[in-house]
Structures are given as structure tokens and as C-alpha cells.
Design a protein around this ligand. Structure first.
Ligand SMILES: *[C@@H]1O[C@H](CO)[C@@H](O)[C@H](O)[C@H]1NC(C)=O
Ligand SMILES: *[C@@H]1O[C@H](CO)[C@@H](O)[C@H](O)[C@H]1NC(C)=O
Length: 308
């Protein structure tokens, strides 16, 4: 017996004939004979040469498109840019207010006016639920908000404006519940405001569904166009009827909204808040399910890939 372990090996090859539209037309099975397989010097792969013959070329010809097959990878192959990228420099984006942001062309009217080099990334607004006591938890609102800011500092995003909005629940009047801190350009000051946040201890006597919708609406009003607004809470919200107003304003100002449910969602699973959260937010993060890192990466990626 020869030492090669592949002697007499037979593998099956599934020959797939595709239509031009890429629709699976036919799958047929052939056997490959590895008796005389050889190792490729370069790759170390086991290789065979085998004649594949068509018994009925007419039948195949009928199934082939009349036009030459379009090459679905032609753009990628001809592209000098890495996969998923459309540009290296602003010049690749055709001028005007287009800029190359994180290797993709984006319309950046403000950045084009203000800076010669680089872009201005989206302003960042936090909307924080302060009704809960601070638990020293790595997924607590206290911890997560700070980690976002730390990540922003690490990636050196060019964020022109930060703002902190808090909400509590002292009754239906938003003026009692929502507080918008003055905007700041200074990330250190923003972080300081977050660290100084006072979270009220949970008072078991109170109905504790939160006033997220009021806080979010105020944040949308105060934040500039194209801002990223990140809302931190752990429960459902009252005032769900603010939904239409929120969606309308958000679309008008092209703002991005993330809702972060952390450390875990305390509301009921069938809570009517959840479908509304899905409608007012671009993304809803259940931190206990997706993890903090996934959320942090999403913020990072949005900031890096978008511009004013
Ligand atoms: C958040 O929690 C993690 C894990 O407990 C800890 O390592 C980290 O220092 C905390 N960060 C902040 C800002 O509290
Ligand atoms: C969440 O809201 C519900 C409904 O108001 C309330 O019963 C529950 O205690 C809240 N959970 C927390 C942790 O506040």
C-alpha cells in the first residue's frame, strides 16, 4: 500500500449551473477520483486534474443566457479600494461637498465649509435615566456612559458638541422631569458632567416607569441636525403618544437615535414600550444580550463613518 492516505479517495463535486441572475438552476452530483492526487508545491493543497465532459451541450446552451454573464465581482476586482470601501481620498468622491469618511464617500456640507482637512463627526447627546440607584455594575448606566466617552477619546473623533439630558419621573409635566445641561465642546467637561450625575435611589412606593419619551423629545429639539443621540434606561416609558412627534422631528433633523437598555430591561416582555422604542430608535441595544462591547463599537463606527 502506498503511503499516501488519499489513495482511492473519492469526493463529490456539486456542479451548480447558475442563471445570469444568480438563481440556482440545477444541482448535480459528480464523483471526483483522488487516486492520482498530488500535493501542490505552493499551497500544500491536494490537487487532481479531471476531465469534465458535457454529454449534452445543447441542453446546457439552452439554459445559458444569451448575453455574456455579468461579472458580479467586476466592481470589486477593478476597484483599487479595499472591500467595503469606495474611496481613499476626497478626490475619489467627485468633489462638491463629498468627502471620503472612513473610506466611504459621504455628503459633508459643514465639514467642507469649515475644515480643509478631515471631517467633523456627528455631535453627541446622551439622554440618561436618573431614577435608579447606582450599582457598581460594569453594565450600569454610570459605567457605560463613561466608557462611551472613553472610547470617543481613544478614537480621536472630531465631535464638535456634546450635551447631557437627564430625565426622572416627578409627574406628567416634562419641566419637572427633564433637565438639559448646557452644551459643551469639551469632552473632558462632558465626562465630568456624567461622573457628577446623581441617580436617585429607587423608591419602591412610586410607579417607576420612566419618562424616556419626554427626555428623548427634548434631546431631539436641542441637538443639531445629524446628531447621534444615545438614550440610557432600563425600563419602559410613559408618554408613548409622543412617538409621532419624535419620529417626525428625528427624520426632519436626520438624527440617529440609539436606545440602550442596561443593565437589563426591567420592563415586562410584552410592554407596549418596546415596539415604540423600535420605532423611535435606529437601534435598540439590550446590553444583557448583546454585551457592552457591541454597543460601544456601534457608537464608534457611527461616529467614525459619518460627518456633518
Ligand atoms: C466599568 O466596569 C468595569 C468592570 O467592572 C471596570 O473595569 C471599569 O473600570 C468600569 N469603568 C467605569 C468608568 O466605571
Ligand atoms: C419598570 O416599570 C414597571 C411598570 O411601571 C414597574 O412595575 C417596575 O418596578 C419598573 N422596574 C424598575 C426596576 O423600576
Amino acid at each position: 500500500m502506498r503511503s499516501s492516505s488519499h489513495l482511492g479517495l473519492a469526493l463529490s463535486l456539486y456542479l451548480v449551473v447558475l442563471h445570469a441572475q444568480g438563481i440556482l438552476a440545477q444541482i448535480q452530483q459528480y464523483d471526483l477520483d483522488f487516486t492520482n492526487a498530488e500535493e501542490d508545491q505552493l499551497t500544500g493543497n491536494l490537487c487532481i486534474f479531471q476531465r469534465v465532459c458535457l454529454a449534452n451541450p445543447e441542453a446546457l446552451a439552452k439554459r445559458l443566457p444569451q448575453e455574456p454573464c455579468p461579472d458580479p465581482f467586476a466592481d470589486d476586482r477593478n476597484s483599487q479600494f479595499p472591500e467595503g470601501c469606495t474611496c481613499n481620498t476626497d478626490e475619489d468622491c467627485g468633489g462638491g461637498t463629498n468627502k471620503c469618511v472612513n473610506c466611504n464617500c459621504r455628503d459633508c456640507p459643514v465639514s467642507t465649509q469649515v475644515t480643509n482637512r478631515g471631517v467633523i463627526n456627528p455631535p453627541l447627546t446622551f439622554v440618561v435615566d436618573t431614577t435608579k440607584s447606582v450599582k457598581p455594575d460594569k453594565f450600569s448606566i454610570f459605567n457605560l456612559t463613561q466608557r462611551v466617552v472613553e472610547r470617543i477619546q481613544e478614537i480621536d473623533a472630531n465631535i464638535p458638541r456634546y450635551q447631557l439630558v437627564t430625565f426622572n419621573d416627578f409627574g406628567p409635566d416634562p419641566r419637572l422631569n427633564v433637565e438639559a445641561k448646557p452644551e459643551t465642546q469639551d469632552v473632558i467637561q462632558f465626562k465630568q458632567e456624567i461622573i457628577s450625575l446623581e441617580f436617585e435611589s429607587y423608591d419602591g412606593g412610586r410607579d417607576s416607569k420612566e419618562r424616556l419619551m419626554q427626555g428623548l423629545l427634548e434631546a431631539l429639539i436641542q441637538s443639531p441636525e445629524r446628531s447621534l443621540i444615545v438614550v440610557f434606561t432600563d425600563n419602559g416609558s410613559k408618554d408613548l403618544n409622543l412617538k409621532n412627534k419624535i419620529v417626525e422631528l428625528k427624520n426632519l433633523k436626520e438624527q440617529q437615535v440609539y436606545i440602550v437598555l442596561t443593565p437589563i430591561y426591567e420592563g415586562r416582555a410584552r410592554d407596549p414600550s418596546l415596539p415604540v422604542y423600535d420605532q423611535v430608535a435606529d437601534e435598540v441595544f439590550f446590553i444583557s444580550e448583546v454585551g457592552a462591547d457591541f454597543f460601544l463599537s456601534s457608537v464608534e463606527s457611527f461616529e467614525e463613518s459619518n460627518c456633518l
